[in-house]
Design a protein around this ligand. Structure first.
Ligand SMILES: [Cu+2]
Length: 286
């Protein structure tokens, strides 16, 4: 029997039906400051690859059907939480200066947000929201973790004050922690490619507001939508994305050019009241 089972597994591998792997990864919960596009600094938190604080959350990429053993290291002096959107609950707490390992499994194409669910939504609002991307990674990849911020609120929340989310008026808008023009220096965000190339853009909204991304020049296909699975297959140029929603878009450019992408919620194209220092970048197709 053992022998037969072995042959069976071997056959599956030979025919490429099973590539599932076990992936071990670690993220560190770090506290620091985010520097906004106008140079102002505000309290911020992030999931990083090391104990060094970086504004951009670490991204986790795994293949279809892979198992993920994620160690979460809390470098902070208070308890933090952990959970993942659109999955069976992986919710856990990580005491101050402690480490918790969470085993997870992802079968299908998708983008999932791992985030701090302690004192919700405060710590997630303060930056603790990153992407788990599940794909075969056959196309060229770009990653947008989009977010809105009301700078003064970061400092108030971190000081333990309470806020009324009905009075939330964000004044900064970022992709991967950067606003225009710096977004264009982030090779994960800035789309550069050629006519006919297959590109995938993995998008998560870890902010509070709804954002509506408008691509000039091209239509894109929805490959995955965490909230509206029936939207998969639609070809459009504008994609609303709600708080804690994720999308995978596919772009195959049909012509050369440099075209803008921006948030059609136009306040989000500003930063500290300056236009166009918000969620705005260009695509360069050669
Ligand atoms: Cu537009």
């Amino acid at each position: 029997m053992l022998h037969k089972a072995f042959v069976c597994i071997l056959t599956l591998h030979l025919f490429g039906w099973s590539h599932a792997a076990v992936v071990y990864d670690t993220v560190y919960i770090n506290k620091g400051l985010i520097t906004m596009v106008d140079g102002s600094n505000h309290d911020y938190y992030s999931f990083n690859a090391t104990t060094t604080f970086e504004t951009t959350n670490k991204r986790i990429e795994i293949g279809l059907g892979d198992s993920l053993y994620l160690a979460i290291v809390n470098t902070d002096a208070v308890v933090h939480g952990f959970d993942v959107t659109n999955t069976s609950s992986y919710s856990t707490n990580i005491p101050a200066t402690d480490t918790v390992e969470v085993p997870m499994k992802f079968e299908d194409l998708g983008v999932y947000i791992f985030y701090d669910n302690a004192n919700y939504p405060n710590f997630r609002y303060l930056g603790l929201g990153g992407m788990i991307v599940v794909d075969d990674f056959s196309g060229t990849q770009f990653y947008w973790n989009i977010k809105d911020h009301e700078g003064d609120w970061n400092d108030s929340l971190d000081a333990g004050w309470t806020v009324d989310w009905n009075d939330y008026y964000p004044d900064y808008f970022t992709i991967n922690g950067y606003s225009n023009p710096l977004i264009n220096d982030d090779p994960d965000a800035r789309i550069v490619g050629s006519v006919g190339e297959t590109m995938r853009i993995y998008i998560s909204n870890t902010g509070e507001g709804i954002h509506s991304l408008h691509f000039h020049g091209y239509h894109l296909n929805i490959l995955y939508s965490s909230k509206y699975p029936n939207h998969v297959g639609r070809s459009k140029d504008t994609f609303p994305i709600e708080s804690m929603e994720t999308l995978i878009l596919e772009l195959v450019p049909d012509k050369v050019g440099e075209y803008p992408v921006h948030d059609h919620n136009l306040v989000a194209v500003s930063g500290g009241n300056i236009y166009p220092n918000g969620m705005f970048l260009t695509m360069l197709i050669e």
